[in-house]
Ligand binder design. Sequence first.
Ligand code: NAP
Length: 485
Amino acid sequence: MDITPIIDKLNTGLFINGQWRDAEGGKTIEVHNPATGELITTVADGSAADADEAIRAAGEAQAGWAATAPRERAEILRRAFELLIERADDIAAVMTAEMGKPFAESKGEVTYGAEFFRWFSEEAVRVGGDYTQSTDGKTRIMVSREPVGPCILITPWNFPLAMGTRKIGPAIAAGCTMVFKPAKLTPLTSLMLVDVLKEAGLPDGVLNVVTSDSARRVVTPWMESGIARKITFTGSTEVGIGLLKQAADSVMKTSMELGGNAPFVVCEDADLDKAVAGAVLAKMRNGGEACTAANRLFVHSSVAEEFSTKLAEKIGAMKVGNGLDEGTEVGPLVDQDSLDKVESLVNDAVSKGAKVLTGGKKRDGAGYFFDPTVITDVPKDSEIRTTEIFGPVAPIVTFDTDEEALALANETEYGLAGYLFSENIERALSLAEKLEVGMIGLNTGLVSNPAAPFGGVKMSGLGREGGRVGIDEFLEVKYVATPRS
Ligand code: NAP
């Protein structure tokens, strides 16, 4: 697939106060294709001064934007949803070129990401309040929910569209203005999203986008501006902790979608074919580069051999290649560091006694390819048992009792997603209640859904995105008291 005609039409500058423009000094950063190493194009390399201009634009637009009718905001989102669906092929092709995932998965992400706009277009007109009285009957209490104010949005490279729409959707619905910094590895999808929103009628200044080679150079001025009232971040726990500390200085509202280390538990009464299909999805979606990816597979010892063999057959047969080539099921990792990390985790486990059922190696030649891998007998002291893998590797460990499965599953500082497979619903729900995670796939390998509250516990984050509660992260509660006679 040749994406040159799409790239030639792309706006690659900064988007501030409704205008595209170059970065200060005309500086740019290169964007490469991880499947080939080739240069795709360059985008603006925003400076601190550019960032400052962006947050001021968001600050100035806030009052006017908050005063718009909810229906108007809803209809902008609805139009943007429709435009995203219309342009799904182009956006997906660019996403695959910059991030690596197979074209079909990129298209799936466009649909998933667009759904956040549809969902929040429906939520925008349903922000309710309360009218009540004090317990002694002497005071009227009128409660309203108002936009929190200008927001800082920071997204990672692994879902370059959906991580943006999951934040921009509720911010628009609530009436908040934004400054947005996409990941430097995958800025092109986000810039296509900006075009869509401009065309859908988003007023100038509501969304301001600054791409940059240095996240800190752009985000620190925003954090210290005194203008931003909220930060919503998706990325690593390490960076999230740093931002939480910075947010404390101005008592800024925060939402943090951080790292995961999802357990995938297969009980002896599971439907094994269903469990294998679930594991393929939970492990291999996005090539394993997902915060919800099954990171540690715990399988009852009585079914472990059958499960592992079937999983290795399925995963080992997946076609690895350039995501733009037809039939590709697994693309490259996003960069050299990611490839080195996955290789080192597998080598460490194998050196300590793990057995490779399939894969286990990186591929020679261009691109950051690692063979889809299943390893068993993974020792407790292997780094892979505690580290977020972010690659196509499924490490399997056995257990004998439910208590043991729970102890293994909860033995991590993370708590984003978890997966459980059992045909005994009472047992499954009892285990689900005891898993220390924010989301559970029960007999399914997929939890992401715009209508569901996405988020984690422990060091996986704070707050929820999507679902009925997603808009609350962008609203403040205010009440008016008045005497009642
Ligand atoms: P990352 O290194 O934390 O980067 C995430 C974003 O933060 C990028 O835009 C990055 O910019 C920016 N950033 C980096 N350092 C910063 C700093 N000091 N101040 C402000 N911003 C900074 O994470 P990643 O490697 O891109 O993404 C993978 C991680 O995201 C994994 O841990 C994964 O689990 C997590 N994730 C979580 C969820 C969720 O919903 N819980 C969803 C997806 C991913 P640059 O990239 O331009 O440097």
